[in-house]
Design a protein around this ligand. Sequence first.
Ligand code: 0WD
Length: 254
Amino acid sequence: SGLMAGKRGLIMGVANNRSIAWGIAKACREAGAELALTYQGDALKKRVEPLAEELGAIVVGHCDVTDGSTIDAVFAEVEARWGKLDFLVHAIAFSDKDELTGRYVDTTPDNFARTMNISAYSLTAIAQRAEKLMTDGGSILTLTYYGAEKVMPHYNVMGVAKAALEASVKYLAVDLGPKGIRVNAISAGPIKTLAASGIGDFRYILKWNEYNAPLRRTVTIEEVGDSAVYFLSDLGRAVTGEVHHVDSGYHVVG
Ligand code: 0WD
């Protein structure tokens, strides 16, 4: 469509071709954007490289958000290749799957800290680096889930982390707004991905959404991608600090 022609963006969180980040990458490419992808560890490198090739995207290296030096290395590579950055997609979350089942009250301090660090703080860590490269303004987008707003079975500590992530979106939007950098989140309906497979009873959650969402179906990564284009292109140029539901309307009934 050309809506994103001339824009260059970094997409973090592609694990495979079912990742939400992959749906977003495809939609941005279709809209004419130039893309850079990161991968987490060698196992994912082998998956991400052929996917990047499919979109003519560059691969800018390994990034584990718990290791700031790997974040710095990725942004140094982006700077070396492009000199600047127009948009950034953060589609990263992690929690010990033993705690994505049962009761929230049983969360351990170690997993609480790790879940918060990887799933919430990392957006801020990345925004710090992106700010320096978004010299003509920019758009940062993260992924959240309804479990931040309402208690969802098994989502537990991840729901608490997503609540922190959504609050971070608002604080970052205020801090970076004067530089023309927008920060938003898409709250996606449940989608069967690698990360989702760690959540207890996930198939039940999918079915529940299918039966109860206004549109009577779940959503696809391509649909999340199309919505992302609005935030990442100039279509959304007056929108920041927003948490936008792409969930077949589930949030109005759930
Ligand atoms: O139903 C769903 N799938 C929903 C997902 C509904 C609403 C929101 N989301 C969110 C997730 O919470 C996450 O923030 O969307 C984002 C993307 O998740 P995804 O597409 O569902 O899952 P996946 O394809 O597994 O990608 C998440 C990736 C990791 O994959 P794995 O499965 O290997 O943990 O996040 C990355 C990693 O590639 N990741 C990290 N990246 C850098 N450093 C780290 C880390 N420490 N940990 C995980």
